[in-house]
Design a protein around this ligand. Sequence first.
Ligand code: MTE
Ligand code: MO
Length: 315
Amino acid sequence: MLIRKPTDIPFSEVTPQSLYLRRREFFQAAASGALAAATVLAPRGAGAQTGPKLPNVRKTPYGQGERLNSYADVTGYNNFYEFGTGKEDPAANAKDFTGRPWTIKVDGRVKNAGDHDIDSFIKPYALEERIYRLRCVEGWSMVIPWVGIPLADVINRLEPEPGARFVEFTTLNDARRMPGLNVPVLRWPYVEGLRMDEAMNPLSILAVGVYGEALPGQNGAPIRLVVPWKYGFKSTKSIVRIRFTDSEPRNSWQVSAPREYGFYANVNPEVDHPRWSQATERRLGEFRRRPTEMFNGYGDQVARMYAGMDLRKNF
Ligand SMILES: Nc1nc2c(c(=O)[nH]1)N[C@H]1C(S)=C(S)[C@@H](COP(=O)(O)O)O[C@H]1N2
Ligand SMILES: [Mo]
């Protein structure tokens, strides 16, 4: 049973189990000659896509040429504590989760406050594919083809008031649909936030799909944040509320373990987590660890937002 102090649980359980299984499968397949090396990152078959394709998704240059993680990895190895703390819990426990009907509450310092139905909320925007790296604070990473809309376009349309300096995102808090909410690993609901300039950065998106299909529950159906230069935990899933505020939001991970998780959470190989190094990462499907890049490799597009800030203090 998981009745431990919240701070004992977070991210100490980087389960080597599925990596081990993956490796064993690989050697078995390699031994039988069934597997070409080039297919390792994108094994097909089990866990292949089945859902309908999202229509009219525009390709973009973001991440072109990167080697994608497989659909099975992206939808089978997840962090979504509302559905359990194990990496395979979200896929199992979100199997019947649907993102319709769904209402997003917009409030705080914003002109177009109110309750927005998900379909009318996303209707004004063209869907784009963005291939982004995701670096989890636990030390693993993936390359994921998201389908989404620029967060800046959404914010412009909502028309924040001049006093809005931050945006806060809140996840659904419904224990009947999310069994993990019965376990006090975090103070629910899950909350994350961005400074306004971070939210307006062209890299920030609200994703509604992955691999060309609507998001499955385990990836944050029907709509989730994706902020690729920050650790994965900033990317709030299954959003029901967007709040504009003049003060820094109290994000769940910082509330749970303030010494370990701050507000900014920028990927930074030079600032270690108090319990482990952040210098390297393991890309799912690879065996050797690779060096972690500053801002997850997106420095050209984001570093200037942090000019003059001490990133050791603002971790
Ligand atoms: N509501 C909610 N959002 C969440 C999480 C969570 O537990 N609950 N986990 C975060 C973490 S730690 C990571 S690494 C990413 C994982 O996203 P993915 O499963 O779609 O790859 O989701 C983030 N968003
Ligand atoms: Mo994470």
